[in-house]
Design a binder for this molecule. Structure first.
Ligand code: HEM
Ligand code: HEM
Length: 201
């Protein structure tokens, strides 16, 4: 039952040109995988009893976090220049469309902001630190107050991002299971289409 409902939504995904393009879809799901790595490495760093393991987790966290920033910039660049982003269904109320779009804007903002606050709190510790591709040099003297400030911002935005992702994913799944309007299918990499969702600009 659940399965056939989902298949119904997927099949009503908009036709080519009314679905997200392949690159946007790939970058969307790659971001999800990178974020799973981010929260996992942050948790593993904190939980590690062994200092070497903690250091390796932080190295992975910092390196992957910087990759998130580059992937997000590439994603926005692609979206602005070549990307296909289907409009939302007409059946959605203006307030719902506003909430959905605002949520996406906040997600993009946090994907850009989090790596910056992470990098700042790392740099302001005043010491060089390793990344997968090499060492990030010490460029400023240690500033304990600023480290605490950016650590706090980083931590609060990480929680906010997690809540927003939860709401966003829940909304996407509701579109797929309850509304069956093709919105979820338009972001999934597979499945053909049997009907276009009605659209608004
Ligand atoms: C989307 C990107 C990122 C996400 C979602 C993220 C998420 C997190 C989370 C959940 C924590 C644990 C917060 C806490 O409870 O203290 C954390 C800590 C931290 N993050 Fe990130 N982060 C990101 C990017 C970065 C980057 C790019 C860097 C550095 C280049 C970085 C450096 C750090 C540092 C130094 C800590 C504190 C570790 C400690 O407790 O010593 N983060 N991050
Ligand atoms: C299970 C997890 C997820 C599901 C089911 C999901 C589902 C969707 C769907 C259906 C859309 C298309 C909405 C539309 O047509 O307007 C979308 C777009 C979007 N998603 Fe997700 N998503 C998930 C995870 C994430 C994550 C982890 C992020 C990043 C933090 C994210 C960020 C975005 C953004 C920014 C858009 C707007 C794309 C654009 O038009 O530029 N999503 N998502």
């Amino acid at each position: 039952m659940l399965y056939s409902t989902l298949i119904d939504d997927l099949q009503s995904a908009p036709d080519s040109g009314h679905r997200y393009d392949a690159i946007s879809i790939a970058l969307h799901w790659a971001t999800l995988l990178l974020l799973i790595a981010m929260y996992w490495t942050a948790h593993a760093h904190e939980a590690a009893a062994d200092g070497a393991v903690a250091a390796r987790m932080l190295l992975l966290h910092r390196s992957t976090g910087l990759l998130v920033w580059f992937v997000t910039v590439a994603r926005l660049g692609w979206k602005g220049m070549f990307g296909v982003a289907p409009a939302l269904p007409t059946a959605m109320k203006p307030a719902q469309r506003f909430v959905a779009r605002s949520m996406q804007t906040m997600l993009y903002a946090l994907l850009l902001l989090m790596p910056v606050t992470g990098l700042l709190q790392s740099v302001l510790r005043g010491k060089a630190f390793p990344l997968i591709l090499g060492e990030f040099p010490a460029v400023v003297a240690r500033d304990k107050v600023a480290v605490t400030l950016f650590h706090g911002i980083h931590e609060t935005s990480a929680t906010t991002l997690l809540v927003l992702i939860g709401l966003h994913a829940l909304a996407g799944i509701c579109h797929g299971l309850l509304r069956r309007d093709g919105v979820l299918g338009s972001m999934l990499p597979v499945f053909g289409s049997k009907a276009r969702r009605e659209e608004v600009a």
